[in-house]
Design a binder for this molecule. Structure first.
Ligand code: FAD
Length: 303
């Protein structure tokens, strides 16, 4: 296929893909840190997503699939990547059986928990209060209280980097603690089907409200951050190690170890990417020196 005059953007336009060149991303992130991305695409259907992926591949553009940007620390310099956001049909949440639910990758976890309450479906109450999308949750195997969403997923719908769709059935082996195979294979999650249990709506609601209340009491949920910065080590929760190392309140510029929960690195105002990276490095070095434990980031660095 010959290249279209005008290049990448002209071809996106020709293919009916919605796009925004030179797009500031800071305000979209929960950290409130990030520069200008080369282009943001808003894909509302599978054919648009496929066209976007194929066009990016043809023109040698790197893509980054974004969810709610609640688990990322993005450089505040120029980002030479095409950010793809999933909307439209990717917001869909529907029942696919008496106790199974399909959620598109763009659906918010908050909408999913509201849906399971309404339909009296139990199992994923522990996801309450996680501020991401279904796609981000699958990619990260997000969860809490020793549980991950992966254990409840029966089918994953994906698109590979050539723009072809596929389904992974019974994907138990695709997940481990805050990890999924998507972190290696680069496939785009387009949706997932969850296997839940029938329950009583009022009880599910009560459990979810309680978990949100507990979360608000323990975490600096109003602060600009990306949730837990480090993964828990098998020996001890990361927050406990950081607190025992005396690092609560430690600052680099406007980046600070939260006083409320030591595993939250927060942006107290105008922190930049470099401030948070420096603070994280300092935390890792101090914890290693004191306890011999190597902390590993849960948050993804995007440059
Ligand atoms: C206040 C707060 C509390 C939090 N609490 C928790 C918690 O209790 N448990 C927990 O696990 N996490 C928690 N998080 C982190 C975060 O919300 C989760 O990791 C969430 O699942 C990330 O989803 P997202 O849509 O924001 O993904 P993003 O941050 O947008 O992306 C994260 C990664 O997923 C990839 N990705 C996103 N969508 C797709 C897709 N469709 N296909 C392929 N890759 C994709 C991105 O490319 C990126 O690499 C918290 C964050 C905050 C700010």
């Amino acid at each position: 296929m010959g290249k279209v005059k005008g290049g990448f953007f002209a071809e996106l336009k020709k293919n009916g893909v919605e796009f925004y060149p030179g797009c500031g991303i800071k305000e979209r992130t929960t950290f409130k840190i990030g520069g200008t991305v080369y282009c943001r695409i808003f894909a509302k259907r599978l054919d648009e997503l496929s066209a976007a992926v194929k066009t990016a591949k043809k023109w040698g553009k790197k893509i980054f699939v974004m969810g709610s940007l609640s688990n990322v620390l993005i450089t505040d310099k120029k980002i030479n990547k095409v950010f793809i956001e999933l909307g439209g049909e990717f917001y869909d949440i529907r029942k696919t059986g008496p106790s199974s639910v399909y959620a598109g990758a763009g659906a918010k976890i908050g909408s999913l928990t509201a849906f399971v309450i309404k339909n009296g479906l139990a199992g994923i109450e522990f996801m309450a209060g996680i501020p991401g999308t279904m796609g981000g949750a699958v990619y990260m195997n997000a969860g809490a209280y020793g549980k991950g969403i992966g254990a409840y997923i029966k089918k994953i719908h994906f698109m590979d980097r050539a723009g072809q769709c596929g389904i992974i059935e019974n994907p138990e082996k695709a997940f481990s603690y805050r990890h999924s195979i998507f972190q290696e294979n680069g496939y785009i999650v387009t949706g997932a089907e969850l296997g839940l249990k029938k329950g009583v709506a009022a009880e599910i609601r009560k459990e979810i409200m309680l978990l949100i209340k507990t979360r608000h009491a323990k975490h600096p949920w109003k602060a600009f951050c990306a949730g837990s910065f480090f993964k828990n080590s098998p020996e001890c929760p990361a927050g406990s190690l950081i607190e025992r190392a005396g690092l609560k309140g430690k600052k680099v510029g406007d980046a600070m170890v939260s006083l409320k929960h030591a595993n939250f690195l927060i942006n107290t105002g105008n922190a930049g990417y470099g401030d948070v990276v420096k603070l994280a490095k300092n935390v890792k070095q101090t914890v290693y020196k004191k306890f011999g434990v190597k902390l590993e980031e849960e948050v993804r660095y995007i440059k």
